[in-house]
Write a protein of this length. Structure first.
Length: 137
């Protein structure tokens, strides 16, 4: 069976001291991801790094971010390409999503994931056959 997909917010919460309950849940999911039970996309890594560098509650130095990225290195990453961007456009057209949410869905679909673990998308909604699970509710 293909691995489920983790959205950016799960990674961010794992490093967010301002949300201890969400952090605990997210840290457990990230530990499973490092054990290769989940996949992420290059977009998720970029958004995560941006959050760590700029979001006040989780702000880290560039050196700290590089260390965190090295810790997350075992997690399989789905690359972006022309076909993935096209599929994201299709997700936007079909579901009325923001383009970058469509990129998440397209990456999860490409990975063969059955679920996207995310707080940002509609829980229990299916997009191209991939169901959203909100791990924080």
């Amino acid at each position: 069976m293909a691995a489920d997909f983790l959205d950016t917010n799960v990674l961010v919460y794992a490093y967010d001291p301002s949300e201890p309950d969400k952090a605990k849940t997210a840290q457990a999911l990230v530990a499973r991801a490092v054990a290769r039970e989940f996949v992420i996309s290059a977009q998720v890594l970029a958004e995560f790094a941006t959050s760590l560098l700029h979001k006040v509650a989780v702000r880290r130095t560039a050196d700290d971010v590089k260390i965190v990225l090295d810790i997350l290195a075992p997690i399989p990453v789905i690359a972006s390409d022309r076909a993935l961007v096209r599929r994201a456009v299709e997700a936007r057209a079909q579901y009325g999503l923001h383009f970058y949410d469509g990129m998440i869905i397209a990456a999860a679909e490409r990975a063969g994931s059955e679920k996207i673990w995310s707080e940002d998308l509609n829980a229990d909604q299916k997009y191209f056959g991939v169901t959203v699970v909100n791990p924080f509710r």
